[in-house]
Design a protein. Structure first.
Ligand SMILES: C[S@@+](CC[C@H](N)C(=O)[O-])C[C@H]1O[C@@H](n2cnc3c(N)ncnc32)[C@H](O)[C@@H]1O
Length: 197
């Protein structure tokens, strides 16, 4: 299995596919184990790297993951098959903001897709959490740009960083959820519904 993980890391590197940092996925795998997470919804599959590692956290956690890019979706299917995890990982080829979920809920939701849309993902998917469930978000430091907007020359990048900063404020001021921020990898948050604490 380690070899397959290394192959995915090489592929991501060669094809410029952003995948989660090692410390962050280690944190999430530990979280899944420690909190007895049985079901995960991931927004942003890319090539299936984090989905495969999350599924390997325990023997019985199941992962549903959503990807809107066809090439990455196909690559994810291939990798999941190679790792023999087709029975525990389901990939949807769809835009997560257009997807209609019903009758399902999850112990953990992992937001790792378009950074400018984090608040939309959070607001849409918070209804699909089981009691005691959490929403984890990655890339809140955005390679050190967050909190340092004045040093950025590109207008688009500045705008994107502004959206991540807005999302952090949204989490901090959210009356429904209690959020803890972790200086792990590219910055992670763990949000738990207040009445579930
Ligand atoms: C950072 S990558 C995901 C990395 C992956 N979680 C991992 O660590 O292996 C973000 C992915 O989200 C996908 N994405 C962005 N916006 C999306 C959306 N609205 N719906 C579905 N996928 C989306 C992108 O195509 C990209 O492949």
């Amino acid at each position: 299995m380690r070899e397959k993980i290394l192959e995915m890391e090489e592929y991501a590197n060669e094809h410029n596919v952003p995948i989660i940092e090692k410390d962050s996925i280690a944190f999430i795998m530990k979280f899944i184990k420690a909190n007895n997470v049985k079901s995960v919804l991931e927004i942003g599959t890319a090539i299936g790297y984090s989905a495969i590692l999350m599924a390997q956290s325990t023997d019985d956690v199941v992962v549903t993951t959503i990807e809107r890019d066809e090439t990455r979706y196909m690559e994810a299917l291939k990798n999941i098959k190679k790792c023999d995890l087709e029975n525990r990982i389901t990939v949807h080829y769809q835009d997560a903001l257009e997807m209609n979920l019903s009758g399902v809920s999850y112990d953990m939701i992992f937001i790792d897709a378009a950074k400018g849309q984090y608040t939309k993902f959070f607001e849409k998917y918070k209804y699909f959490l089981n009691p005691g469930g959490v929403i984890i978000t990655d890339n809140l430091k955005f390679h050190g740009h967050v909190g340092n907007r004045s040093n950025i020359a590109s207008k688009n990048l500045k705008q994107l960083v502004g959206k991540i900063e807005d999302y952090i404020d949204f989490l901090k001021n959210n009356e429904e959820f209690e959020t803890k921020f972790y200086d792990v990898g590219d910055g992670l948050s763990v949000s738990i519904k207040k009445n579930d604490i």
